[in-house]
Design a protein around this ligand. Structure first.
Ligand code: GLV
Length: 390
């Protein structure tokens, strides 16, 4: 199948990946209500079709945190992403560079900071969680600085992981020891393309940045145990001082859904925030990003850079989030599906699809630059879903 859409990449990923890996990316928490809402609320937003406005010269570039981007799109942090293709994050960072957009490396990536830095030719972004071990955080921040990361994404919506039923059903979670390992190995063996590319040729399979803490324990359950035991639920706004003092570059706080919290982030001097519900993977039932974003953009859009993620399945969706107040949009599942399907080439292809669809959306809403995209390109009447109303 030639992928014409993100949905096609999802299907290609489903065919190629062991069941437990596909379910980990694809799934959300509990009944997956927020996961669905992210997609549906965004899809419900009606763009305002305008014609005959000379839109022959489109400029999709933008500037974020002093960096010039070809598109207002960022490959967002995704844990375990590198398990979906051979040394996956190294392939993804190269695809992002080719497209002129930032790549964000997750703390819990397969390839560590040093390996991704060796594969990259330009700076990339790094994502960090608050862990109990502040020394470990300090080490990671020092390493991120050393390898030249040019933005820090600090995730605050995961003091505890949300329960994802699919991970229990697939054998990724809650199946410790040999039983779980046998199930996952069997699922891997059922997918020979992945088994060769990643299972055999893509070793080592640990989490590059966390490995040093696990002292030889390398089973996937060791990593999940580490995550459960080390994420810090005592984190409070005052702890951001610790991050600020260790990190001088752009600081972007990820996982805000509430306008009052976003004002706190601005008061603390964050350079940016990411309006996000963690792709519907944390507190199920919270509002979609599309619904939360306008009030947040109104509250702090003049004080810091508002980014958003969640539910994006096309370039039109990127334009919708920009219209609702985001200055840039992070992609999660779309790039991981594309990576799983076709490696670096797949991610490059997916980004070309996003760009092409953004061009159609901009052309038919009558705007020629990213700065011109605002709520005026959405249908204003009462029929518009609440997500699009201020
Ligand atoms: C980690 O960030 C996850 O959502 O699993």
């Amino acid at each position: 199948m030639i992928a014409a859409s993100i949905a096609d990449f999802r299907e290609l990923a489903r065919r190629r990946l062991p069941h437990f890996l596909f379910e980990y990316i694809d799934g959300g928490s509990y009944s997956e209500t927020t996961l669905r809402r992210n997609v549906e609320d965004l899809r419900d937003i009606a763009p305002r079709q305008r014609v005959l406005r000379d839109v022959s010269a489109l400029d999709l570039s933008t500037e974020l945190f002093g960096q010039r981007l070809s598109l207002p799109v960022i490959l967002g942090p995704v844990g375990l992403a590198g398990m979906n293709a051979r040394r996956g994050e190294c392939q993804a960072v190269r695809a992002a560079e080719a497209a002129g957009v930032p790549f964000t490396l997750s703390t819990v990536s397969a390839c560590g900071l040093d390996e991704v830095a060796a594969a990259a030719t330009k700076p990339f972004w790094f994502q960090l969680y608050m862990t109990r071990d502040r020394g470990f955080m300090r080490e990671l921040l020092a390493e991120a600085r050393e390898v030249g990361c040019n933005a820090l994404v600090f995730t605050v919506d995961m003091p505890v992981p949300g329960s994802r039923y699919r991970d229990y059903h697939s054998g990724l979670a809650g199946a410790p020891g040999i039983k779980g390992a046998i199930r996952r190995t069997w699922q891997g063996a059922m997918k020979p393309g992945w088994a060769w590319d990643v299972g055999v040729m893509g070793r080592p399979h640990g989490l590059g940045n966390v490995m040093r803490k696990l002292e030889g324990r390398t089973g996937i359950e060791d990593f999940f145990a580490w995550m459960r035991n080390n994420f810090d639920s005592s984190i409070a706004w005052a702890d951001l001082d610790f991050i600020r003092s260790e990190w001088r570059g752009p600081l972007i706080i990820k996982g805000l859904l509430d306008a009052e919290d976003s004002v706190e982030a601005a008061n603390l001097g964050a350079d940016g925030i990411i309006v996000s519900n963690h792709g519907g993977r944390q507190l199920d039932g919270v509002p979609s990003t599309a619904r939360a974003l306008p009030a947040i953009a109104d509250a702090v859009g003049e004080r810091l850079t508002v980014l958003a993620d969640g539910g994006v399945r096309s370039g039109l969706d990127v334009v919708r989030l920009l219209a609702l107040g985001a200055k840039g949009v992070l992609l999660g599942r779309p790039w991981v599906f594309a990576l799983a399907a076709q490696g670096q080439k797949g991610v490059e292809h997916m980004l070309r699809l996003i760009e092409a669809e953004m061009r159609v959306a901009m052309t038919l809403t009558g705007v020629t630059s990213i700065a011109d995209i605002d709520r005026s390109i959405l249908v204003p009447e009462a029929g518009q879903p609440r997500a699009a109303r201020p």
